[in-house]
Every structure is written in structure tokens, then in C-alpha cells.
Design a protein around this ligand. Structure first.
Ligand code: SF4
Ligand code: SF4
Length: 222
């Protein structure tokens, strides 16, 4: 047989489907079975989220905007170790650490995070950074509204990420609680700012708004 006599149809086997064929009425309806899904849902109640008119129903463990936490006396938990930045698969975190000094103690121990940035154009909210953080300085909130008109605006700085001051806290810098080491902080032994810490802040920043006398005045005005 020459090449011109070859016909591909001669070598084709008859196609046989591997799918089960129930036969009868069920077999006849198979091609339109997918419409059953549409029909079932047609009679179910409609669920429409009215966001943003109505706040979104966010679950408690939802991964939203990050937060840099503080200890109960106001010192920052971040020690500038950069483990969060190394753990991030999207290279979204930038940290620069610096040394604490007696006149500028921002966190317990030797180091603190001087520069802390998260680029929300890169972040995929996977949470690997908060798992890597050894001091629980970094956690994630339920805040989801992170849109913005500029690229620069979506790079959050440390001031944008720091947790708000709570009652009993004193803004850093100030010395650690007298007689404590960083391990006391990690173990939860520090419960709030002490009188000697307040005295230090009064001596160095008498107008500090987190001093009890100013905080009370602010509350009365409000
Ligand atoms: S949530 Fe994930 S992507 Fe976002 S900063 Fe943390 S590690 Fe990076
Ligand atoms: S947030 Fe945590 S992991 Fe990141 S630099 Fe600070 S202490 Fe280290």
C-alpha cells in the first residue's frame, strides 16, 4: 500500500464513553441534569449583602489589617527582629530595628522596631507573619476597608499600625517597670504603668496626653 492509499478513518476505533449510563429516563435526562442545580436554587431564599450600606458580617478570626500591640504599661511589643518580614511570602513587610537606650526605651529589652511598614498592595492576608512573631507584637484585626486612591497610601507605617492607647497605658518611650526584665513582660507580669514610670514621663514630657492628669482632662472635655 502506498502513502496515498492511507486513510486515517481506517485506524480509528469506535469511541466508547467510560461514564456510567443508567439508561432509561435517567439516561435521557443526563444532558440537562445541570439545570437541576439552577432549579433547586431558584426556590431558595435570596442572600444579598447590603455592604457598604450595612456593615459586613466579619467573622472574629477574619484576617484584616495588621496591628502592632503594646504591653499594659504602654511599651511596644515589637522588638524589631524582622522574623515577620522573613516569613512573608509576598515581601510586603519592611522593618528597621534600633537599640533602646535609658533615655529612649520603646520596648522591653535591647531592641525595638524603629521603622515598620506593611505594603497592602502586596499583602495577601495569609497570616504567616503573625505566626512568626515571637512576642505577639503583630496580630490581625477585623478591619477590611483598606482601599485607597494612591499607591503610597496603601503602604502603612508604624503609626498607622500601632494599637490605640488603652486606660493605664503610658506612651513610650519610658523606662521598663522597675525591677523587671523583658521576660517579665513576656510572661504577663506587667499589668500597667507604675508611679515611677509616670514620674519619668512627667519629668521628660510634662504635656504628654497619656499622663493620667491630661487623659482625665481630655475625657471631661469630650
Ligand atoms: S499576611 Fe501574609 S502576605 Fe500579608 S504581610 Fe503577613 S505574611 Fe505577608
Ligand atoms: S512584629 Fe514581631 S516578628 Fe515582626 S519585627 Fe516586630 S517582634 Fe519581630
Amino acid at each position: 500500500m502506498s502513502d496515498h492509499d492511507w486513510n486515517p478513518a481506517d485506524e480509528q476505533e469506535e469511541f466508547t464513553s467510560n461514564l456510567p449510563n443508567p439508561g432509561g429516563l435517567a439516561g435521557a435526562l443526563l444532558p440537562v441534569a445541570g439545570f437541576g442545580v439552577s432549579l433547586r436554587n431558584f426556590f431558595r431564599p435570596t442572600v444579598t449583602e447590603q455592604y457598604p450600606s450595612v456593615p459586613a458580617n466579619i467573622q472574629p478570626r477574619y484576617h484584616g489589617r495588621h496591628q502592632l500591640n503594646r504591653y499594659p504599661d504602654g511599651l511596644e511589643k515589637c522588638i524589631g527582629c524582622e522574623l515577620c518580614a522573613w516569613a512573608c511570602p509576598a515581601d510586603a513587610i519592611y522593618v528597621e530595628a534600633d537599640s533602646n537606650t535609658p533615655d529612649h526605651q520603646m520596648s522591653p529589652g535591647e531592641r525595638y522596631g524603629r521603622v515598620y511598614q506593611i505594603n497592602y498592595l502586596r499583602c495577601i492576608f495569609c497570616g504567616l507573619c503573625i505566626e512568626a512573631c515571637p512576642t505577639r507584637a503583630l496580630t490581625m484585626t477585623n478591619e477590611i476597608e483598606l482601599a485607597g486612591p494612591t499607591r503610597e497610601g496603601l503602604i502603612y507605617e508604624k503609626k498607622d499600625l500601632l494599637a490605640p492607647m488603652e486606660p493605664g497605658m503610658l506612651a513610650a518611650p519610658h523606662p521598663m517597670v522597675e525591677g523587671t526584665k523583658d521576660t517579665h513582660y513576656y510572661k504577663g507580669d506587667v499589668l500597667g504603668a507604675t508611679e515611677s514610670q509616670k514620674a519619668w514621663v512627667r519629668a521628660h514630657r510634662p504635656d504628654d496626653e497619656t499622663l493620667p492628669e491630661h487623659a482625665a482632662a481630655g475625657t471631661e472635655q469630650a
